[in-house]
Design a protein around this ligand. Structure first.
Ligand code: SAH
Ligand code: SF4
Ligand code: F3S
Length: 469
């Protein structure tokens, strides 16, 4: 069941933030610095921004360098083994920081630490880590920091709670013109390869009121892009006292005043409706881009993955969207080498990719996750064979991506200038509404504004152009 954090609990956490601020003022003669790093998906980045918000209230300043930090927090990801290995390596390296500054605090949280075996390993083998908590305890972060500071003991909190939604916690955003807006938490889909439902708890939606207020406030401050986040945004609103569909939430956001654009992810094909596609077609602030992860092009494997759609249904959605939204672009996630997948299955994935012509793909080699159903399945295909398929997939998509980029030459795209281009002084980079990466020569003053850019050249993963000012 979903529960919103009570006012009393929220006030208690604000009280702890105040107490921590007092403790820190006694301990340091300068504002202590915190370094927060979130691994994994945007949902995690958004959680990291709430943690930063609470740390700011506790009196911490911020630093990009772990070496300067009095408080280091890694907000971890468990989606694939590689993601976890990276965290273990980076946490191991922090013992040097701790040796140099014994009074610093090292904290770990997120999807990885929600797993008991990981928390146990941290307890056993990483004695320099002071605080470990899971995804269910984030709203009690101030209390836990207080506990660490006042008891000088290591603190572990990974118990599952009742899937709380915490409105009203402070947020310190990384960007001042792009914002992540979580609209729901958790996942109930249990795709057989995926750890997320086990580490993020049950699916629950925020009420539309607080979401709309958040967008309204940020839009008034001049924010230019909002990305609405959920593991399956198409099932937004189910279970609320007054159920709302995702499409109707989008229409309400579209009515908010301001010069901004809206993206969302992730749209699960099994719950993607014509109502949603119609909303994208009709709302001028919604980007004409749909991230619609198919995962695999074989019906047999999709069934094993517990994805609940067939390729025919998926194609029907793509066709409908293409008909309703001229110029719509699609991106997708693909897993290569799911247990039992054959080269023939994989070739069906390649065929689908050639047929849909995605703008870009997020591609992954299957990684078994302890506790998931797929981890129990027979997986006879050797890793080298999967790597070869993976390479073939990348090459296939690269050709498609280049063709798409070439087709954009001569067109004018609206680009949000997001920062300076790497390795090219005097150039900026940003994303067009359709999500392609666009580089163009322009003054830094334009960062944070929409710029019309005429595309002059196609690169492999991006396009270049001239601002039309
Ligand atoms: N909720 C989103 C996905 C979130 S995870 C959705 O349903 O599309 C992001 C991506 O990671 C997934 O789409 C999948 O492609 C990939 N992924 C998840 N578990 C994986 C695993 N065990 N091995 C490899 N890739 C995985
Ligand atoms: Fe994982 Fe599937 Fe949920 Fe996405 S929808 S988070 S892939 S279980
Ligand atoms: Fe990773 Fe958790 Fe996101 S496992 S991908 S950080 S939901």
């Amino acid at each position: 069941m979903k529960t919103e954090l009570s006012q009393a609990e929220l006030s208690l956490q604000f009280e702890y933030m105040k107490r921590v601020r007092e403790l820190l003022a006694q301990r340091y003669d300068h504002p202590p610095l915190a370094h927060v790093h979130s691994y994994g998906c945007q949902a995690n980045v958004a959680e990291g921004e709430r943690i930063q918000g609470m740390l700011a209230q506790m009196g911490y300043g911020f630093t990009d360098s772990p070496d300067d930090a009095d408080f280091i927090l890694y907000n971890t990801c468990a989606i694939r083994k590689g993601a976890e290995d990276r965290v273990f390596g980076n946490v191991g390296a922090l013992q040097h920081n701790k040796r140099r500054r014994p009074d610093m605090i090292i904290a770990l949280c997120g999807c990885m630490t929600q797993q008991e075996q990981v928390a146990a390993r941290m307890k056993r083998s990483y004695p320099h880590v002071d605080l470990v908590f899971g995804t269910h305890a984030i709203h009690r972060f101030p209390q836990m920091v207080h506990e660490v500071l006042s008891s000088q003991k290591r603190v572990f909190h990974i118990e599952e709670t009742e899937n709380i939604i915490a409105e009203g916690l402070p947020i310190r955003r990384d960007g001042d013109f792009k914002a992540w807006i979580p609209i729901m938490y958790g996942c109930d889909n249990f795709c057989t390869y995926c750890i997320v439902p086990y580490v993020k708890g049950r699916e629950r939606s925020r009420r539309p009121g607080p979401i709309l207020n958040e967008v309204r406030e940020l839009a008034a401050k001049g924010y230019r892009e909002f990305t609405l986040l959920g593991q399956n945004v198409n099932s937004y609103g189910k279970g609320l006292d007054e159920p709302v569909s995702f499409a109707s939430l989008l229409r309400k956001i579209n009515e908010i005043e301001g010069d901004f654009r809206v993206r969302f992810m992730t749209s699960h094909p099994k719950d993607c409706t014509h109502e949603l596609i119609d909303a994208i077609a009709e709302c001028d602030k919604l980007c004409k881009h749909i991230h619609l992860p198919v995962q695999c092009g074989s019906d047999r494997i999709l069934k094993q993955m517990n994805r609940h759609y067939t390729l025919q249904q998926y194609r029907e959605l793509i066709d409908y969207a293409r008909k309703k939204i001229p110029g719509v672009s699609f991106t997708s996630d693909i897993i290569v080498g799911f247990p039992g997948e054959t080269y023939k299955d994989f070739c069906e994935t390649l065929a689908l990719i050639r047929e849909v012509e995605y703008d870009s793909l997020y591609t992954f080699i299957y990684s078994p996750r302890e506790g998931t159903r797929a981890a129990q399945m027979e997986d006879p295909m050797p890793g080298e064979e999967k790597s070869r398929w993976f390479q073939e997939l990348l090459e296939t998509q690269e050709q498609i991506g280049i063709r798409h980029n070439e087709a954009r030459v001569g067109k004018v795209l609206r680009v949000l200038a997001e920062g300076e281009a790497k390795n090219k002084s005097g150039w900026l980079t940003g994303h067009a509404d359709n999500s392609s990466i666009v580089n163009f020569p322009a003054d830094q003053d334009l960062i944070g504004s929409f710029v019309p850019v005429r595309i002059t050249r196609a690169l492999n993963w991006a396009v270049e152009g001239e601002p039309v000012l």
